[in-house]
Design a protein around this ligand. Structure first.
Ligand code: F6R
Length: 640
């Protein structure tokens, strides 16, 4: 253990704590902050917090608010300085960090307004320099930052210190990297709305903090975190400067930590406790590294690539190769609901009951067909009772011009006639059109427009589900309340969200459930949706049917499971892939660029096909059969 710790230390130059989930990690960080606040209170002192915005700290703020409301944590002695703000941007803009901080924290706790500091995005250009110098001075005057919270950007930025930032930089006006502007598209409706600049605290300002917590959740952060934590210190990845801080800790979930050497290839670091999962990971790694099918790997290949321990323990490459090859072979099935009357000892799903009740949960109205459209089609074709449950309305991602088209259509339908009722409806629709006409770019929609946008997506979801052969009474819209804020910023998961999921499950009593186990969603919606499913199962666990209910996780539109984690791979023929594409096409409002599009420029059907074909290729290069495409799943075991 000592040896491993030493070896990890030499690779990981920022201490890392890996949490099972971001919720656990955020609760821990929030409690550490609460403890520090209380300690200072006892000493009659103020505490100075450096705060970040973005998706990373949101759950920390939720927990701090809970601690205030339920456990009496006071913020009277808290002084805050935020890292950054877009420039130029009005404080009341939906994307401003002033608004963010008030929405998530300040409006829900007893902090004194005069103790809040957030860079001002409205300062005239000729005053920015002196303003930044004064901000920096004010931090020092308040005694310096006791704790700094940080997220990390894909460029490796902390605050908005983009690649090239100087180690001695202080608060200043900076230009945003093109990648950062693309990432900001999760908050801004269109690229042209994203500011080109920001005011940010500098590297030196951050490094002066006494304690730093770096937060990273989700696989989309894994690559940059590996560079920040294991890479050489360099201005081209500004977060690497944190390696020089005496009291910094990175809090990561398993997906964000997944590219660290200790998880990706622990055999390169030292001795491993080999179990079947780790052996499978190592064999796939070796096969991919050498570009050789598994059954062709030799004793020498293992020995020359730090895997000789495995050969010693297992006798020969031949034995290991066959075993792992068979394990992968057994993940492949054309019968995702189980093959009736077949021996199921090595199949991913049970043969019985032959006709299963299945619920497919789809966080947004199109994730079902994008992520598992081929499997969906097979489940229906193979005679299972399939239900689909759309967890959120997805109304954020509909363009105003699409909403307008539908409102005008409604207006046309009531054009004829001169009754009072017709006039009233005409006026009603005209009001909606006027709202859209006068709407500023980025302004939130009112309730009526949100409803229209939600209905547009409902219609599309219905069309796609019907296309897969589903009966209308098996299509469920849950409209989970956490999503209905009118902006990309969502409420925390509440009991009411868990209840709607639990109610449906209890009604159907399924044998099989599919959920999006995708933690890379930039808006965090998938994360909340899967938490709601876990919460519902927790609530229902005493019911007898739950013991026979298996939960399969699929990945959303962003990443695929690494091959060694796949437990069920459903092959798609070229014809099935085409049919899946047609189902995705039913989501017309999502074609081309939907609002708040995120970073990937490809359309959803292209992403889905690229991903499914890449998985089939990965299986093929490991030496398994060649398929056109594959959808993959991992079973969630509740004791995990
Ligand atoms: C926010 C900030 C940024 C973010 C980073 C990660 O105040 O300074 O550095 O922490 O861009 O953003 P999220 O957390 O949204 O992935």
């Amino acid at each position: 253990m000592e040896r491993l710790r030493y070896q990890l230390k030499s690779l990981e130059k920022i201490p890392v704590k890996v949490w099972k989930s971001s919720v656990d990690g955020c609760q821990h960080v929030a409690r550490s902050i609460a403890l520090a606040i209380r300690q200072k209170q006892q000493e009659g002192e103020k505490i100075v917090l450096g705060l970040a915005t973005g998706s990373s700290p949101i759950q920390v703020y939720h927990e701090l608010v809970r601690l205030h409301k339920e456990e009496g944590l006071s913020f009277q002695n808290v002084v805050t300085f935020n890292l950054d703000e877009y420039y130029p941007l009005q404080p009341d803009a939906p994307q401003s960090y002033v608004r963010f901080m008030h929405d998530y924290l300040f409006d829900h706790v007893d902090i004194k307004p005069e103790n809040i500091h957030i860079p001002d995005g409205t300062i005239p250009m000729d005053k920015v320099e002196s303003y930044c110098a004064a901000y920096e001075k004010e931090i020092d005057a308040r005694g310096g930052l006791d704790i700094q919270l940080l997220g990390i950007g894909r460029t490796g930025h902390i605050g908005f210190n983009e690649p090239g930032s100087w180690e001695h930089s202080e608060t200043r006006l900076v230009r945003l990297d093109a990648i950062t502007r693309k990432d900001a598209l999760k908050d801004f409706p269109h690229e042209e709305d994203v500011p080109y600049r920001a005011i940010t605290m500098g590297i030196k300002s951050i490094m002066k903090a006494k304690t730093i917590y770096l937060l990273g959740w989700g696989e989309h952060k894994a690559a940059v975190l590996k560079r920040a934590i294991e890479g050489p210190v360099t201005a081209s990845v500004p977060s690497t400067f944190l390696q020089k801080h005496p009291n910094v800790k990175a809090h990561l979930d398993q997906s964000a930590a997944s590219e660290l050497a200790r998880f990706q290839s622990p055999w390169l670091i030292g001795m491993c406790n080999w179990d079947e999962d780790l052996i499978c990971q190592a064999v796939i790694w070796l096969s991919q590294k050498l570009n050789k099918p598994i059954l062709k790997l030799t004793d020498e290949d293992y020995a020359e690539n730090s895997l000789s321990d495995l050969i010693i323990e297992e006798d020969s490459a031949y034995n290991i190769n066959i075993r792992i090859f068979n394990r992968l072979q057994h993940t492949i099935t054309g019968w995702p609901g189980g093959k009736p009357n077949a021996d199921d000892t090595t199949r991913p799903e049970r043969a019985k009951p032959a006709r299963k009740r299945v619920v497919i949960f789809s966080p947004h109205p199109d994730d079902d067909v994008i992520s598992m459209g081929g499997t969906f089609l097979r489940l229906v074709d193979q005679g299972h009772e399939v239900h689909v449950a759309y967890q959120t309305s997805g109304n954020i991602a509909v363009h105003d011009h699409d909403a307008r088209r539908f409102i005008e259509f409604l207006q046309e339908t009531v054009k004829n006639g001169d009754s009072e009722k017709v006039a009233e409806m005409q006026a009603h629709y005209q009001n909606m059109i006027d709202f859209l006409d006068q709407k500023d770019s980025g302004q939130e929609d009112n309730g009526e427009i949100r409803r229209i946008k939600g209905l547009i997506r409902r219609g599309e979801a219905r069309a796609a589900a019907r296309f897969t052969g589903l009966d209308d009474k098996h299509i469920h819209f849950l409209d989970m309340p956490f999503y209905e804020t009118g902006s990309p910023r969502k409420k925390p998961l509440g009991d009411d969200d868990i209840d709607v999921v639990a109610e449906l499950l209890e009604k159907i009593k399924p044998h099989q459930v599919y959920g999006a186990g995708d933690l890379a969603d930039p808006h965090g919606t998938h994360r909340v949706c899967i938490e709601a499913i876990f919460g519902a199962f927790e609530k229902l666990k005493s019911q007898s049917w739950v013991k026979d209910c298996w939960l399969w996780l699929y990945r959303g539109a962003w990443h695929e499971w690494p091959v060694h984690e796949i437990e069920m791979a459903v092959p798609l023929s070229p014809a099935e892939l085409r049919k899946k594409r047609q189902a995705i096409f039913m989501h017309q409002s999502q074609k081309d660029r939907p609002p708040f599009p995120g970073t990937d420029e490809r359309e959803f059907w292209q992403r889905a096909e690229d991903r499914n074909q890449a998985t089939a290729k990965a299986y093929r290069s490991l030496g398994l059969a060649e398929y056109e495409a594959m959808e993959t799943f991992r079973r969630w075991k509740f004791e995990e």
